[in-house]
Design a protein around this ligand. Structure first.
Ligand SMILES: [Fe+2]
Ligand SMILES: [Fe+2]
Length: 116
């Protein structure tokens, strides 16, 4: 599970830098990559939980679904207004704090339960 998180942090870092640079082409690519990567990340964890019949599956998945929606909404907004500031603010104020809390609260207990 930790590899999933490390890869994702790397993409987020690159996207953040692209926003600072105002590189729209790069932001386009990395925004798509982030949406794809988050889907991979969440659905991999959900499959592991289903296999391991983890009791907290519905709660953990509900947290994923909320962030899936937020990231997709962010991408839609980006397409409309191409404002890099909105993405970097989201990363700093929402995505990173959410990810840290989510990993501590959900992913770590899930990993312990599944022995992964
Ligand atoms: Fe995770
Ligand atoms: Fe998770």
């Amino acid at each position: 599970m930790n590899t999933l998180h490390e890869d994702e942090i790397e993409i987020i870092n690159e996207l953040y830098s692209a926003c600072q640079e105002g590189n729209k082409e790069k932001i386009n690519q990395l925004m798509e990559l982030l949406v794809y990567d988050i889907e991979e990340h969440f659905s991999t964890e959900e499959a592991l939980m289903r296999e391991g019949e983890f009791f907290a599956y519905p709660m953990h998945k509900a947290e994923h679904d909320m962030m899936r929606q937020e990231v997709r909404a962010l991408r839609e907004n980006w397409k409309k207004n191409t404002n890099p500031q909105e993405i970097s603010d989201f990363i700093k104020e929402r995505l990173i704090p959410w990810l840290m809390l989510h990993i501590a609260r959900w992913d770590s207990t899930t990993a312990i339960h599944l022995g992964d």
